[in-house]
Design a protein around this ligand. Structure first.
Ligand code: AMP
Length: 288
């Protein structure tokens, strides 16, 4: 695996494989790789001949400067892990390679997809930062397929919308959430949790799991499911920033779970803001 830092090096590295008809997959990441990222890289290897991993902590998608400053970084470790998972190329640009002087364009998905849930709490600008950088990365790499995690369910929906609306030639694939054995969704931010906070962080999974049990037990009433999920967080002394049951395609609120519904949760645990979600399936399917 090679590491490249500029767009011209990246394009040069992809020229020959492309001429030889090899397909390319892109996995955009902000680094500090964990099993969730590695499952995306493995899926990328399945989906295409070459896997490109981008490593860029995108400043424009952080609404909180402290979160940006504290974001964990370790490029050497990331390079080893990406290589082990089968990545062919690591693209690790500096901020001024991505945002050169004079940069002033944004790609925005507007409406409920970026204004609900995360958008309501972090601001829609978070997603405008995501869609701008992802569309740039797609233009830099020109992949046949790009892979994203269900862990960031709303982000995946927003990116799919952007790809459809802008007629992007890249196929967007979404990969299931990878969890720790006790259910905590893997996240680069988890390393910032103290021992006690790590225990408290289980509140999010407890909420999702309780809701799944309710639905499998025949409860289809959103208010009652949400109350049970909220109650499940209480023993952990964690308050949800939001806990919402919405349509998995357009994020409109759901009152009855008579078809698949997205249960999404966000909560602050110590210094870290965590998110998680699951799809509730009314007919006994296993939610992820
Ligand atoms: P990030 O580095 O946090 O921006 O994440 C890069 C990609 O990895 C995004 O598509 C995320 O949705 C995905 N991802 C993050 N955590 C997980 C996880 N626990 N399971 C699966 N995918 C994940």
């Amino acid at each position: 695996m090679r590491t490249v830092r500029t767009i011209s090096e990246l394009r040069a590295a992809l020229r020959t494989p492309r001429t030889n008809g090899r397909t390319v997959a892109l996995v955009p990441t902000m680094g500090y790789l964990h099993e969730g990222h590695l499952s995306l890289i493995r899926a990328a290897r399945e989906a295409a001949d070459l896997a490109v991993v981008s490593l860029f902590v995108n400043p424009t998608q952080f609404n909180d400067p402290n979160d940006l400053a504290a974001y964990p970084r370790d490029e050497q470790r990331d390079a080893l892990l990406a290589q082990e998972a089968g990545a062919d190329l690591l693209f690790a640009p500096q901020p001024d390679e991505v945002y050169p002087r004079g940069f002033t364009t944004q790609v925005r998905v507007t409406g409920p997809l970026t204004e609900a849930l995360e958008g309501a709490h972090r601001g829609a600008d978070h997603f405008h930062g995501v869609t701008t950088v992802v569309s740039k990365l797609l233009n830099m790499v020109g992949p046949d397929v790009a892979l994203f995690g269900q862990k960031d369910a709303q982000q995946a929906l927003v990116i799919r919308r952007m790809a459809t609306d802008l007629d992007l030639p890249t196929r967007i694939e979404v990969v299931p959430t990878v969890r720790e054995p006790d259910g905590l969704a893997m996240s680069s931010r988890n390393v910032r949790l103290s021992g006690t906070e790590r225990e408290q962080a289980l509140a999010l999974h407890a909420a999702l799991h309780t809701a799944e049990r309710h639905v499998h037990g025949g409860d289809h009433d959103a208010a009652s499911i949400l109350q049970a999920a909220r109650d499940a967080m209480t023993p952990f002394a964690v308050e949800p920033e939001y806990l919402a049951l919405v349509d998995p395609e357009d994020l409109s609120p759901v009152t009855t779970v008579d078809q698949d519904a997205l249960l999404a949760v966000a909560a602050h645990v110590g210094p870290v803001r965590l998110i998680d979600n699951t799809i509730l399936t009314p007919n006994g399917g296993t939610a992820r």
